[in-house]
Design a protein around this ligand. Structure first.
Ligand code: MET
Ligand code: ZN
Ligand code: ZN
Length: 423
C-alpha cells in the first residue's frame, strides 16, 4: 500500500513536470488548472489572481484555527527556463524516470519539486488529522525566471497580499552535494546590463581607431579583468560564491548578416554585449555603477549602457534585504528544529548566489528563507539533464511535513522583524 502511495506521489510530480511552462511562452493555463485540481482534491480554498492578463497566480489556503495570527506563505514559481531539448538525454518535459530513480525534467529542481512537495506534505498532515493554528497559504507564481515583475513583485505589493497578514515566507533554495540541506537568508540581486558600442564602418582591410568592435572589445577586456578578480577570491577560498560580484556575458551581437553567415569585409558600425551581473547585499552598488559608466561603457569611447533588470540590494529604508538567522528570528529556529526532527541536517545559512522571488517579500519587511530540500544532488538548475532522485523528492516531503507542522502550530506572535513578544 505504501508503494502504491509513493507511485501516486511520483505520478503527480511527473504530471506537473510534463506541463511545458518554459519561458518565453509558458503554458500557464494548464499549470493553473493542474494546481486548482490539486487544491480541490485536498479541499484547500483556492483563487486565481491575475495581476497581468494571461499570467495567473494561484493562491491556495489552508485555514488556521486562529486567523488572528500572522500566516505562513509557501511560495513557488510555475515557470521554468528554456532548454536545448536535443542536448538532453531525455526530453525536458518527459519527466522520464530511469532505473536509478532519477526523474529528468526542466523544473525538477527549479522549482516544481518544491511546489508539489508543499502540497504532498499538506496531504499527509491532513490524513494524520493535523489542524493548523496559523493560516497556511501557498502561492504558485508566474514569471520568476524573467524577473518576477508580473508575478511575485506585483503580488507582494498588492492589497490582496496585505490582507493575508503573512508572517514568514518560504521560497526556493539550492541542492547540496553532501548530506546537509542548504538554507538561504538573503541573495544576490540581479543587474542585467547591455553595453553598446558605435563606431565608423569601413573596409574590412583597413586599420583605423574607434571601430565599434574595438570599442566593445576594450570593454569586454575590462569586464573580464574584474570577473577574474572576483573569481580569484572564490578560488582562493577567501569568499563564497554568494559573497562576490559575478559577471558573465549572456550575448554578443554584432556583424552584418549575409546568406552564408556574415559579411566579412565590412566593419560593423554597432556592437552590443549583454551581461548577467549578480551583486551581494553587502557590496557597494554605487562603486559598481561608477565602474560601469567609467570603465565598461565610457561615453568617451562612444559607448552607452542600459539595464534590462536592476534590483536594489537594499530595502526601502536603505538596509540590506536580510532575514535574521539567530535567536531573534523564531522562524529560523523552528526550521532548524523541524529539519532535525525529520532526520535531516542543515548547513550554515548562506547567501543565495542567484536571485529568487524572496527578495520581493523581504522588501515588504518580511522574513523569507530560501530552502529546497535536495541533499546529495548535483546542482543542475538551468543546466541540461536537470533531474531529481525520487527518494530525495520523497524525503523532502517528510521534511516539509515537519516544517509546516512546526510553523502552523507556532502560537507566539512573531513580529515581522523576527522579534518575539515577551511571554
Ligand atoms: C533576474 S530574476 C531571477 C531569475 C532566476 N531565478 C535567476 O536567478 O536567474
Ligand atoms: Zn527558481
Ligand atoms: Zn531558475
Amino acid at each position: 500500500e505504501e508503494e502504491q502511495e509513493e507511485e501516486a506521489i511520483i505520478s503527480r510530480f511527473q504530471q506537473y513536470l510534463r506541463i511545458n511552462t518554459s519561458q518565453p511562452s509558458p503554458d500557464y493555463a494548464q499549470a493553473a488548472d493542474f494546481i486548482a485540481g490539486q487544491a480541490k482534491s485536498l479541499s484547500l480554498e483556492f483563487q486565481t489572481l491575475e495581476f497581468v492578463k494571461g499570467k495567473p497566480l494561484v493562491l491556495l489556503k489552508w485555514p488556521g484555527s486562529d486567523p488572528s495570527l500572522p500566516s505562513i506563505l509557501l511560495n513557488s514559481h510555475t515557470d521554468v527556463v528554456p532548454s536545448e531539448t536535443h542536448k538532453w538525454a531525455h526530453p525536458p518535459f518527459s519527466a522520464h524516470l530511469d532505473s536509478s530513480g532519477d526523474i529528468f525534467a526542466r523544473g525538477s529542481q527549479d522549482m516544481k519539486c518544491v511546489g508539489l512537495q508543499y502540497l504532498e506534505a499538506i496531504r499527509r498532515l491532513k490524513a494524520l488529522g493535523f489542524r493548523p493554528i496559523r493560516p497556511v497559504y501557498l502561492s504558485f507564481v508566474p514569471d520568476e525566471e524573467i524577473g518576477g515583475h508580473d508575478g511575485a513583485e506585483k503580488f507582494a505589493e498588492s492589497e490582496a497580499f496585505e490582507k493575508l497578514n503573512v508572517g514568514i515566507v518560504l521560497d526556493e533554495g539550492l541542492p547540496s552535494l553532501d548530506e546537509n540541506y542548504r538554507a538561504f537568508y538573503t541573495e544576490r540581486c540581479p543587474w542585467w546590463l547591455v553595453i553598446k558600442a558605435i563606431g565608423a564602418p569601413g573596409h574590412g582591410a583597413k586599420l583605423y581607431d574607434n571601430t565599434a568592435m574595438e570599442n566593445l572589445l576594450k570593454s569586454i577586456e575590462s569586464v573580464r579583468k574584474f570577473r577574474a578578480s572576483q573569481f580569484d577570491l572564490v578560488k582562493a577560498g577567501l569568499k563564497t560564491e554568494g559573497e562576490v560580484v559575478s559577471v558573465n556575458m549572456a550575448f554578443l551581437k554584432a556583424g552584418t548578416p549575409s546568406p552564408t553567415g556574415f559579411v566579412m569585409n565590412l566593419q560593423p558600425s554597432e556592437a552590443e554585449a549583454g551581461f548577467d551581473i549578480r551583486i551581494p547585499p553587502t557590496a557597494d552598488p554605487e562603486s559598481l555603477e561608477r565602474r560601469i559608466a567609467e570603465e565598461w561603457a565610457p561615453a568617451s569611447r562612444n559607448m552607452t549602457f542600459t539595464f534590462i533588470q536592476k534590483n536594489s540590494v537594499l530595502d526601502k529604508s536603505g538596509k540590506p534585504l536580510l532575514t535574521a538567522t539567530d535567536s531573534s528570528n523564531p522562524w529560523w529556529n523552528l526550521l532548524e528544529e523541524a529539519v532535525k526532527k525529520a532526520n535531516g541536517k542543515l548547513g550554515k545559512p548562506e547567501i543565495f548566489p542567484a536571485s529568487t522571488d524572496a527578495r520581493y517579500f523581504r522588501d515588504q519587511g518580511l522574513p523569507a528563507i530560501g530552502f529546497s530540500p535536495m541533499a546529495n544532488t548535483p546542482i543542475l538548475l538551468h543546466d541540461h539533464n536537470e533531474f531529481l532522485n525520487k527518494a530525495e523528492y520523497l524525503k523532502g516531503i517528510e521534511v516539509y511535513e515537519s516544517i509546516i507542522k512546526a510553523y502552523a502550530s507556532y502560537t507566539q506572535h512573531a513580529r515581522s522583524d523576527g522579534s518575539k513578544d515577551e511571554l
